[in-house]
Design a protein around this ligand. Structure first.
Ligand SMILES: [Zn+2]
Ligand SMILES: [Zn+2]
Length: 554
């Protein structure tokens, strides 16, 4: 009897300690926080425990001490908001790291001026790849303008929106098999009436061909490594821990850049999901073999499994595929893909488990992407299908988008009045631009991508504020017609977290703060869920944790 009482007593005393000892100890604990977990119930928690790369506890303050031992790093959040690490679901860091020169601004004069300064200050640079400017700002561009600045250095410039570029005579001279290389009606090196090259490059296939040649001269770009590491730090400082890179080149260029990325990927502090570009049937037909081959570069943090399909151009280039002509013209843009052969190639890729990421801006292009997606679903393929940009969606396509679980990716910074798009489309069509509420209302998936460097803000908070207010520094006080299309803060944050994780097939590991998921999270200096919506863009990230490690702190 006494023995058994003693036994019970000992249990009483020992058990709490034993239980506590069994509790795994955290490497990092965050307490006194307002944790917006973004889980399916929108749970708000007070503290989080991380162990290694994993989240092991999310909940109330009173339980957290059991996870702490003397080795645990305890972060007192002082009532700051904690969110899942942001996912930029359409962005271009790989390309950006391949450029020597980035010129912010749409004006041609600025691009040329900064190029000249770059050449003067980098006399040892054998060739230069740059990004900046917009073609419509100088429709009469002539190769002599570039040759004057760079008579001896091959130059390849990519237009800010990624849909064209410029090359000088030295650059043309580098392209040893230019005359025998087949381009397409969508992408080529433009010639003047006299048969000479104008210096204008139309669309990506042609400029990636040129960049491929330049990379050889540059001995496969060793400077890429440090540039990409610096970029990943910049993404971290703004709250991103994962990105979807929406293509970085043709097969040759991708092979070089992905190879570099794979080698440095354990020194990089974000996950990179990459994609393979196709803009004509030929590229689509070889995409399976080429992308499978590029998978040899996959690592724990770098992965390619997405085919990007260029369906049309852009509004500012007047080549996004509209239903009716652009105002004051007789063109309704270019559609790069349509029909059975195209659809069958896509079905084939989807059946081989490749995710598809369409670039489609105009309603005709979006519709073709929707129809192809429908066909993919009919064949039972359960891959992720995303239409990026989707600026002007036909009314009747919303239902098909929802029925076939098509994800819509958009860059919120564009969701504001601008004179250029207004005059290109006219009032009636402009009233229907950037509509995503029909999808959100039915619990469909809308994701955000910064499209950096095509849009000039990498800050998720500037994008979120624009999504919510449909106004920003570009629109001033001018409003968009359809106020119903404003995002709620909840939907806007989802678009950078849970929905984005879904698009990237990473929803089991990322997107919300839940036990068992990867320890990617951020602390921010103000509560974006309750502050005045015009103050959201000023939000600062104070700490970024990636894979259980603090990779940025203010
Ligand atoms: Zn695009
Ligand atoms: Zn893009």
């Amino acid at each position: 009897m006494i023995k058994s009482i003693l036994f019970l007593l000992s249990l009483l005393f020992v058990f709490p300690f034993a239980k506590d000892k069994k509790k795994p100890k955290a490497t990092i604990v965050i307490k006194n926080a307002i944790v917006h977990t973004m889980d399916s119930k929108n749970t708000i928690a007070e503290c989080i425990a991380l162990r290694g790369e994993e989240i092991i506890y999310v909940g109330k303050q009173d339980k957290i001490d059991g996870y702490i031992n003397r080795k645990t790093k305890v972060i007192d959040a002082h009532n700051q908001v904690v969110l899942p690490g942001f996912i930029d679901a359409h962005t271009h860091p790989i390309s950006l790291a391949s450029f020597d020169l980035e010129v912010k601004g749409y004006k041609m004069e600025k691009l040329l001026k900064e190029l000249k300064i770059y050449i003067d200050t980098h006399p040892n640079n054998k060739t230069i790849i740059g990004v900046g400017g917009f073609a419509y700002n100088d429709p009469n561009f002539d190769i002599s303008k570039l040759d004057e600045i760079a008579p001896n250095t091959p130059i390849v410039l990519v237009e800010t929106d990624g849909h064209g570029g410029w090359i000088n005579s030295k650059g043309i001279a580098l392209l040893d098999d230019l005359e025998t290389t087949e381009f397409s009606e969508n992408s080529y090196f433009e010639k003047n009436v006299d048969g000479k090259y104008s210096g204008v490059i139309v669309e990506a296939k042609a400029y990636y061909y040129a960049i491929g040649k330049v990379l050889k001269i540059k001995e496969n770009l060793p400077e890429f490594d440090d540039r990409f590491k610096a970029l990943s730090k910049e993404y971290n400082s703004l709250g991103y821990t994962t990105v979807f890179d929406a293509t970085a080149g043709n097969n040759d260029v991708s092979d070089v850049l992905f190879g570099r990325l794979a080698k440095i990927s354990n020194g990089i502090t974000m996950r990179v999901e990459a994609s393979y570009l196709t803009s004509d049937l030929e590229e689509l037909k070889t995409a399976k073999v080429n992308t499978s081959n590029l998978k040899k570069h996959n690592t724990e943090l770098f992965n390619i499994n997405t085919i990007k399909v260029f369906m049309d151009g852009t509004m500012e280039g007047y080549n996004a595929a509209l239903d009716q002509p652009y105002i004051g013209t007789n063109t309704n843009g270019n559609l790069f893909f349509s029909g059975n052969e195209f659809q069958n190639e896509l079905v084939n890729l989807a059946q081989n488990n490749f995710d598809i990421h369409f670039h489609a801006i105009g309603p005709r292009a979006i519709h073709e992407a929707v129809i192809a997606s429908q066909k993919i679903r009919e064949q039972g393929a359960d891959v992720k299908l995303t239409i990026a940009h989707a600026e002007l969606i036909r009314d009747e396509d919303f239902q098909v988008i929802l029925e076939n679980d098509i994800i819509i990716n958009t860059t919120p910074l564009w969701h504001s009045y601008d004179d250029f798009t207004f005059s290109a489309l006219g009032q009636e069509r402009f009233n229907k631009i950037w509509r995503y509420n029909p999808i959100l209302e039915e619990n469909g998936h809308v994701t955000f991508g910064t499209d950096h460097p095509s849009s000039y803000s990498l800050s998720p908070f500037e994008h979120i504020q624009t999504a919510i207010t449909r106004q920003n520094k570009y629109s001033g006080d001018k409003k968009l017609a359809d106020e119903k299309q404003k995002f709620s803060i909840q939907d806007a944050v989802k678009a950078f977290t849970t929905s984005a994780a879904y698009q990237l097939n990473l929803a089991n590991d990322l997107g919300s703060i839940e036990v068992g998921k990867k320890a990617d999270l951020i602390l921010i200096n103000q509560d974006i869920f309750s502050i005045d919506e015009t103050k959201i863009k000023a939000t600062k990230v104070t700490t970024t944790i990636f894979n259980g490690k603090v990779v940025y702190s203010e």
